[in-house]
Design a protein around this ligand. Structure first.
Ligand SMILES: Nc1ncnc2c1ncn2[C@@H]1O[C@H](COP(=O)(O)OP(=O)(O)OP(=O)(O)O)[C@@H](O)[C@H]1O
Ligand SMILES: [Mg+2]
Length: 352
């Protein structure tokens, strides 16, 4: 193939792929601009070439957060960064961006490359789904409060006090209403956490004390299944965190460990620390999680298959992850089906 054919083929490939590709020189002036970049920004290649990147791909990461600066200053090739750009027509478009240096075979510098994907449709669907579920959950709250109030009043009526059948119906209705209310509350809290609407209530807290409370709270339930729940911790320094929210995270993990374990097994909570982190491990000898289900257990409403019918909404781990992330920490899991699982929470000692 001749050089001319080759360059035509390259042009054809660049213009056919469904992502914007922009190349730049050392001063971040645009040197090439494919068809998708024209559609995304509203500028023709002829108008874009020769102009500084930030004038044409004008986005929320221009300035200190510029991915090209990261490539130039740190030698890294960031990928999957989410941002927003404003195109020529003033439209805001959600994008995912990656940047890298283009080097010759002898490693000499040729230019910079940005690959930009339009993710606005995907983002809009996510927002619509979240808005829809939040609205439904929100609208369910007031009727539920009404139903709960009426059930409580009915229970006090004389007719119910003397009629056993009626009392039983009311007990069942009361339980169902409580389950629904707790699901709606859990979901609303989760969606507020996830969207960053809830700010942490930070204070100097004692992790050991919170874990002791959580372990104590679950002792009876564990004993009910002949499960030995042990807690091993040496004294730790205080860290800045939201005590109530961490209590919620640890409660869910221990609650899960009991729910998803057979009779006569063991659950161990161990705490250790490194220079930078406090590491809390929750180990159980439960049914474990299948490898193919592992990627989804932190998703809202996801419930893996279980040996037994177990109550839950699939929201505990999703909320836990949102809370731990807000603390600048991480939550992870290792599991062996039939052998058990270890959930590990890492919390930074110092906020970054
Ligand atoms: N220790 C564990 N052992 C085995 N499976 C687990 C364990 N912890 C979580 N899982 C799996 O992960 C899923 C998600 O857990 P999560 O805590 O989010 O929801 P849930 O316990 O089902 O409901 P909720 O916490 O909302 O009451 C569970 O349904 C279960 O399948
Ligand atoms: Mg749970």
């Amino acid at each position: 193939m001749s050089t001319k054919d080759n360059s035509q083929l390259n042009r054809f490939i660049l213009d056919s792929i469904p992502v914007a590709i922009v190349t730049m020189d050392y001063d971040f002036k645009i040197t090439s601009f494919n068809k998708r970049a024209e559609q995304l920004t509203g500028y023709l290649a002829d108008e874009a070439v020769g102009r500084p990147c930030y004038e044409i791909v004008n986005g929320s990461r221009c300035g200190e957060d510029c991915p090209l600066q990261t490539v130039r200053n740190a030698g890294e090739s960031p990928s999957g960064l989410e941002a927003e750009i404003v195109n020529r027509h003033g439209e805001h478009i959600s994008i995912r961006i990656g940047a890298a240096s283009i080097l010759n075979e002898d490693k000499s510098f040729v230019g910079y490359l940005e690959v930009i994907e339009d993710i606005s449709r995907q983002k809009r669907r996510e927002r619509e789904k979240n808005n829809f579920i939040s609205t439904i959950a929100h609208d369910m709250k007031s009727p539920l409060v009404g139903i709960s109030g009426l059930i409580k009043r009915l229970k006090k009526e004389q007719i119910c006090e003397t009629n056993e059948k009626l009392r039983e119906y009311l007990r069942v209705m009361d339980e169902a209403e409580e389950r629904l209310e707790s699901m709606v509350n859990d979901f609303l809290e989760y969606s507020h956490l996830e969207s960053g609407q809830i700010k942490l209530d930070l204070d100097e807290i004692d992790i050991q004390q919170i874990l002791e409370q959580v372990a104590e709270m679950h002792q009876l339930r564990a004993e009910g299944k002949n499960i030995i729940l042990s807690f091993d911790c040496h004294s730790l320094g205080a860290i800045e965190a939201d005590a109530n929210r961490l209590h919620r995270v640890f409660t869910n993990i221990v609650d899960n460990a009991i729910k998803y374990s057979p009779q006569q097994s063991e659950i161990a909570i161990r705490v250790s620390e490194t220079d930078k982190e406090i590491v809390i491990c929750f180990q159980d000898q439960g049914w474990g999680i299948n490898p193919e289900q592992m990627p989804y257990i932190f998703d809202a409403f996801y419930r893996a298959e279980s040996e037994e019918e177990v109550n839950g909404h699939g929201l505990g781990l999703a909320a836990s992850r949102a809370i731990i992330r807000q603390h600048g920490g991480r939550i992870s899991v290792e599991s062996r089906p039939g052998k058990g699982s270890v959930f590990t929470v890492r919390l930074p000692k110092q906020k970054t």
